[in-house]
Design a protein around this ligand. Structure first.
Ligand code: SF4
Ligand code: SF4
Length: 271
């Protein structure tokens, strides 16, 4: 049917636009327009570059757009990209990594003093819950220290969800275990922090959320609450509902990480 006026032509064009299926190119346009509050443009551009190359690769390999959306929303995208940046950093380890005092059984960093344990994605929360659920009812990290992560073994002080531990646990390190012990007791000692790749991971996830606005929701979760829900025997659905953050938590983590990186290049502070 031919439009009878310019207004009708515009309406017809708009209708066609609405019903057109979303493409990976559309997602890339959305990423280009996305903004993350509290993060400087250098960091934002860097995360956009990483996320855009991921979308280009997905397009090259002909991945269905619905699968790409699912990965972006669950946090698998941020996980993959954050891990790739982390691996790249570790190829030429900086001083903080070469001189790290981290060892098995040293677990002051698993004392989650703020009661939060950091921001994790749905992908990580599901994995952590699955790994920690079989431990329900057994003595847990809180038998060693009241604020320790429930996934910690209270005897050996090793992580019992090691393969499923979130990115924040994989990125935190310190050159001074004594500083970690003091920080766990409320101190503010230097020497401990997160690899810079953790900030890329957070900002990429925040960009995914912005880019998927109106398409699907992107939630984040408290690591401590996720592990506690699993230890209490809650199933994944109710456990993750309890552990779900307010949307501002991700923005705050990005902003705090960016501020810490600005004062101590190469690392961001433990949330
Ligand atoms: S971050 Fe600190 S507490 Fe954790 S393993 Fe390393 S030195 Fe030990
Ligand atoms: S998941 Fe494992 S490494 Fe992370 S805080 Fe808990 S016990 Fe520690």
């Amino acid at each position: 049917m031919k439009p009878t006026s310019p207004r009708a032509a515009r309406r017809l064009a708009q209708k066609g636009k609405k019903s057109a299926p979303l493409s990976i190119g559309d997602l890339a346009d959305r990423v280009a327009k996305a903004k993350v509050k509290g993060v400087d443009t250098t960091l934002e551009h860097r995360a956009k570059r990483i996320l855009t190359s991921y979308l280009q690769t997905a397009q090259t390999y002909g991945l269905p757009v619905k699968d790409v959306i699912t990965e972006m929303a669950s946090g698998q995208t941020a996980w993959r990209l954050g891990s790739a940046v982390r691996d790249e950093i570790l190829k030429t380890p900086p001083d903080a990594v070469r001189n790290a005092a981290c060892a098995q059984g040293c677990a002051f960093c698993c004392i989650l003093s703020g009661g939060e344990g950091g921001v994790i994605t749905r992908f990580e929360a599901e994995q952590l819950h699955t790994a920690a659920a079989p431990l329900a009812g057994a003595p847990d990290g809180r038998d060693w220290h009241p604020q320790a992560c429930p996934a910690l073994d209270p005897e050996t002080r090793s992580c019992r969800a090691y393969e499923a531990r979130p990115m924040i646990c994989r990125s935190f390190l310190s050159t001074d275990a004594t500083a970690c012990e003091r920080n766990a007791a409320g101190g503010e000692e230097q020497g401990a922090g997160l690899l810079g790749s953790h900030l890329d991971y957070l900002v990429v996830h925040a960009l995914c959320r912005q880019a998927l606005k109106g398409i699907t929701q992107v939630h984040t979760y408290s690591m401590a609450a996720t592990a506690a829900a699993a230890a209490a025997g809650k199933d994944a659905e109710s456990g993750l509902t309890t552990a779900r953050h307010k949307p501002s938590a991700l923005e705050i983590a990005c902003r705090d990480g960016a501020n810490a990186a600005a004062t101590r290049p190469g690392s961001s502070a433990k949330p």
